[in-house]
Design a binder for this molecule. Structure first.
Ligand SMILES: NC(=O)c1ccc[n+]([C@@H]2O[C@H](COP(=O)([O-])OP(=O)(O)OC[C@H]3O[C@@H](n4cnc5c(N)ncnc54)[C@H](OP(=O)(O)O)[C@@H]3O)[C@@H](O)[C@H]2O)c1
Length: 239
């Protein structure tokens, strides 16, 4: 059975009102954990005042704003400061990266509970960084964080760009409903989850040079032609 941590009595502080801040605020609320929120857009007072009672303060703001924000609010350094960036390495705040994508729609409790947090090998336990969260935790060395994040971006964001292109071009160039590709996408996801080493199919995996040349010719003038060529090169190098 999953161990449920004690519910913290003190509120957890949240800085920011963007996508991750909105999701984590919702998650803490679903778990009945008290929170205090501060954002530059909605709060006239200082974060030091608003978050004074919070032993832990989550800095859920843009990566590039995290270090300057701590510099502008030195009073916050007496709190345990935590950021959620996948790539940032800074002595000013501990890292706890949620390995998940957060868009405009909120999730249900079980989805939130299943999100793994990636923290630093030598950092405090998850319970000190995200009090009351029962989530799985994995650790990596801080120096590996940028590479870890590059992998996440390639797999998550770049595959999303490819699917967005397919959906748009189905609809606008080919007159096909984007939903026609949903079973294909579901099958690929299922294969990646259950048999990842055998999930790759298609002309590149088969070494079908004729089909590859035909695909590249069809993409003439399209910026994705260079993406296709790069993938073929990477596949050939790995093979
Ligand atoms: N979204 C995801 O899928 C995801 C996944 C994992 C980790 N993360 C991490 O979560 C953190 C937040 O990302 P997000 O996606 O939630 O970003 P976001 O939706 O773009 O929101 C950014 C937030 O940062 C605030 N902000 C920006 N510059 C600031 C400054 N100088 N001072 C104070 N507040 C400032 C913005 O305030 P204004 O509204 O006033 O501009 C906004 O509240 C980042 O470290 C990101 O790497 C995000």
């Amino acid at each position: 059975m999953r161990q449920v941590p004690d519910r913290p009595r003190s509120p957890v502080g949240i800085v920011g009102r963007g996508r991750l801040a909105t999701h984590l605020a919702h998650y803490f609320t679903l778990l009945g954990i008290p929170i205090r929120c501060w954002s530059r857009r909605t709060d006239a007072g200082s974060p030091e005042e608003t978050l004074a009672e919070c032993p832990v303060v989550l800095l859920l703001i843009s990566d590039s704003a995290i270090a300057p924000f701590v510099g502008l609010h030195p009073g916050l350094q007496s709190h345990t400061l935590v950021h959620a960036s996948g790539s940032l390495v800074t002595p000013l705040a501990h890292a706890a990266h949620p390995l998940m994508s957060f868009g405009p729609a909120l999730y249900d409790l079980e989805t939130y509970r299943a999100i793994p947090f990636i923290t630093d090998e030598n950092g405090p336990p998850l319970g000190e960084l995200l009090p009351g969260l029962p989530n799985p935790r994995f650790t990596i060395h801080a120096s590996a964080r940028p590479y870890y994040h590059a992998l996440c971006v390639m797999a998550g964001a770049f595959s999303t760009m490819l699917w967005q292109k397919l959906f748009a071009d189905f609809e606008h160039r080919l007159g096909l409903p984007p939903e026609a590709a949903h079973p294909y996408l579901r099958r690929l996801s299922a294969a990646l989850l259950t048999e990842p080493r055998h999930a790759l199919t298609g002309p590149v995996a088969r070494g079908d040079a004729g089909a590859i040349q035909s695909n590249l010719a069809a993409l003439e003038g399209d910026p994705f032609q260079a993406v296709y060529e790069a993938f073929v090169r990477v596949y050939d190098q790995r093979a």
